[in-house]
Structure formats: C-alpha cells, structure tokens
Design a protein around this ligand. Structure first.
Ligand SMILES: [Zn+2]
Length: 467
C-alpha cells in the first residue's frame, strides 16, 4: 500500500531529518530584530530549497512589505480535496541568553529531546509537515491530496502583512480546509485535534465629572465621584455567580453537543493543578460549566485594567476628575463581535450612574472559529492519530485566538484543523525551547496518514454545508 511505503520512508530517514532540521534551526530567523533581517530571509530560502528538494518544484518566495512568505503547491487532481498547510519559519528573540543551557541556534539533542529556538514553535513543526509530504513524493511520486503551502516569517510579530497577502492571493490559496501544526497536544501522550478557538472584542470606557481633580474637603459629597461611578458600572457587568449580566450578550452561544461534553470530560484535566498554576485562592466562574468548558466554550467579559485618581505615595484628598477601564470579551463561535459590542455599549449607557459623562471607544472584534466535529478533515485526523498513537484522539479547543484562522474563515471561507505535536511545557518563547523527537517522528507519520485518509474521501464532502 502506498501509505505504508510513505511510513516506511519516514521511519528510515530519522538521521537525515535531524541533520536537515539542525541546519534549519541554526538560522537565527528572529523576525522582530532588524539585525536578523538577513537571517529571516535565509530561513525562507532554506525552506524553499528544501521544499523543492522534497518534490515541490514551484516553491518560491513571495515578497511582502515585511518578511517574505514561502509558498508552493502540488495539484495532483482537481477532483481530490485540497489542503492549505500554514506555518511560520520566524522565531522569538532568545534573551535572556544566559538562561539557555545550550546556545539557542546550536541545536542539541539530549535524551531524544531537541533543544533549539524554533524547535517546537514552529520550525520543527513546519519541517515535520514538509517531510510528511516528501515521504509520499519520494515513494509514490505523487500525493493523495492537492497541497498548497503558506509559510510566513512574521508570525511572532503579529503577522503584520499576512492578511493583506491572503486577500490579494485568494485564488492561489483557496483550499477545502487548512491545517496548522503550531499548537501543542493536550499533554504528553495525549495527541489532540484542536477544532475551536475563541474570538475577541475590545471596548474602552471613560467617565468624566469635574473639569479637574477637586479638593475633597471643599467639594466632597456634592458631586458624583467618577471612580465610584465606574466601580458601580463595572460591578453591573456580572452577576454574583460570575455569569455576564449584559442583555443579549449570550445571543448565538451554542450549547456543547453531547460528543463535545464527553470529549472534554475524557481529558486528563487536573483542576487542582490548574488552580495551583494561577495562585488564586479558588476557582470561580459560571457554575453551570466545568473550568474547561468555561475556557473553551463560554464567552467572558474581562476588565483588563481600570484607573482613576491618585495612586502615588501617601494620600491626596481629591475627588478625581475621571475614571477609565479597558474591557475585552472572549467570544465563542457563532457570537457576532459587532453585536456583542453593541450589547456591551447599550449596557454601559443604560447602567451609567447620573452625575458623570460616559465616553465609549469601541475597538476591533474578531469572531471565534470552529470546525464541525463531523467535518471530513476531523474524521481523517482522528483515524490517522489512532493508527500512529494507538489511542483515541482528544478533541480540544483553545481559549485564545489565532488571527490567521479567522482570516482563513472570513476571506477563504474554509475551516482550520489545528494539529500540533509539541507539548505544552516545551518552553515556546522562553529559554531552552525544545521538541520531543518521538513526537516529531510520530507527528510526521500522522500527517502522512492524514493525507491518505483525506485523499480517500470524496472532494465534494468538503464542499458541502460543512464549510
Ligand atoms: Zn508559533
């Protein structure tokens, strides 16, 4: 069978992979530092050359106003499903350098763990995607699916030019779904399919009263104190049990399906350890949901900061002139960010005490995203994970946001599968970043099988209502 040949190929090339990956990781592609601008380009060129060697002859660099993207494609049969593989070849800065046991750009293997900046985030995982394709191309001379690749060099600095690039290359990048390997598994030996992310909406509120801070001995007790007013307004956003008290805020929030509830409950989630990781005295939040359900599938309204009046040393007896708060909402799929901001704004207006003026500054909003669990790409990934890891795949979501996933959904109308093989404690963005090689190898095998199972499915299955 063709896929068995691909797996055999992967299993017999471990030494070569390590040599190549070491070379890739030795390039200091730190996107945020101008002195490494050349290195970033060198990494892009390395990746392009390696893609060509793997069997993707049209791989090339495309310029953006910042660092280039590396793109390429292999269309084997227009009637087969098409996948877009996204990843990034840039890395985070390395300071504090003295905390690294081995220099960050001198990859070192100890006990089957590869230490280097970018080993897990994300060059190691990009390279893992590459070798999974190569294994097919070197054994069958072809792929079971159509593949497009998009590797950027600005992920660690906020993907400054990526969404513009995607918007102006829609036809080149169009696919049935995207796969990203830039996230961790749930835990060691718990390979996971991440199928949902939360969105974000931001708003800033300011209350003003007197035209300047007033002497509290002269004016205290005669005008509304903006700090008091803001405290009351903020308090009105939530109920005592932690649920959000804004009319219409939960509009569109989907109930978890039974399959999802069961999947979350099956995870080895230790709430004691989770609590310990916060340092808070107890967990708190909507009592109708478990902590994982609240992080992954419930929206929040969070005050990120509030300030007013005098906070210096000693005391200053004033009635402050103004008070401010920055608020963000984490959103779940199917909640409309604009509607949410409308509802928050309406609540603030309706609940603002008299005696102060209310100013609202609306920020940006990005929706949450979700790939249906019955999407054929999810089912194929489940099968591939089971074959390689000999256990059921965990279904997880993440409480944060990945902007490119929103762009894929909104601009290219395609869902994204987050299929990462790093571990949560592999020190991304920190000193001594590392990647367990056994997950690198098994990850590559899982991906090679994923393409096999996706290729067995009817392309039309990806183009129906599931998108
Ligand atoms: Zn990353």
């Amino acid at each position: 069978m063709a896929h068995e040949l691909a797996l055999q190929y992967l299993r017999s090339h471990h030494d070569q992979y390590l040599t190549d990956l070491t070379e890739f990781l030795s390039i200091a592609s730190i996107s945020s530092l101008t002195q490494h601008q050349k290195d970033v380009r060198t990494a892009a060129q390395w990746l392009r050359d390696r893609l060509i060697r793997a069997g993707m002859p049209n791989a090339h660099l495309d310029e953006t106003p910042g660092h280039p993207v590396v793109v390429g494609s292999l269309i084997v049969d227009p009637n087969r499903p098409t996948v877009l593989i996204y990843g990034h070849y840039d890395v985070q800065p390395v300071d504090p350098l003295e905390k690294w046991v081995h220099p960050p750009f001198e990859p070192t293997v100890i006990d089957d763990i590869l230490y280097a900046r970018g080993s897990s985030d994300d060059k190691g995982q990009v390279y893992m995607q590459l070798v999974a394709l190569e294994a097919w191309l070197k054994t069958s001379g072809s792929l079971p699916v159509n593949v497009k690749v998009l590797f950027e060099g600005e992920e660690e600095i906020g993907s400054l030019h990526l969404s513009d690039y995607i918007k102006s290359h829609q036809e080149d990048l169009r696919a049935d779904f995207a796969v990203i390997s830039d996230t961790p598994m749930f835990a060691a030996e718990v390979p996971a399919i991440c199928y949902g992310l939360r969105g974000l909406a931001a708003i800033e509120v300011s209350l003003t009263g007197p035209f300047q801070d007033l002497h509290s001995g002269v004016y205290g007790g005669t005008v509304m104190n903006p700090a008091h007013a803001l405290a009351g307004l903020i308090a009105s956003l939530h109920n005592a049990d932690g649920t959000v008290n804004i009319k219409g805020f939960y509009d569109g929030v989907e109930r978890l399906t039974e399959k999802e509830q069961q999947a979350f409950q099956a995870l080895p989630f230790d709430s004691e350890a989770f609590l310990a990781s916060t340092g808070s005295p107890m967990l708190f939040g909507d009592p109708h949901f478990t902590p994982l359900e609240r992080i992954w599938a419930q929206p929040t309204v969070e005050v990120n900061g509030m300030w007013s009046g005098f906070i210096g040393e000693g005391r200053k007896t004033i009635v402050p002139a103004e008070a401010h708060a920055k608020i963000t909402c984490r959103l779940v799929p199917n909640q409309d960010p604009h509607h949410v901001l409308d509802m928050v704004e309406a609540h603030l207006k309706a609940h603002c005490p008299t005696g102060v003026r209310l100013h609202i500054e609306r920020g940006e909003g990005d929706p949450g995203t979700k790939t249906p669990l019955n999407h054929p790409s999810v089912l194929a990934a489940e099968q591939a994970i089971e074959d390689i890891y000999h256990q059921k795949a965990a279904y997880i979501r993440m409480g944060g946001s990945i902007p490119v996933v929103v762009t894929f959904q909104e601009v290219l109308n395609m869902p994204t599968l987050l299929l990462g093989f790093a571990l949560p404690d592999e020190n991304f963005h920190a000193p001594n970043e590392h990647f367990h090689l056994n997950n690198f190898y098994r990850g590559a095998e899982t991906l090679a099988l994923l393409w096999n199972y996706v290729g067995e499915k009817d392309a039309l299955a990806f183009r129906g209502d599931n998108r």
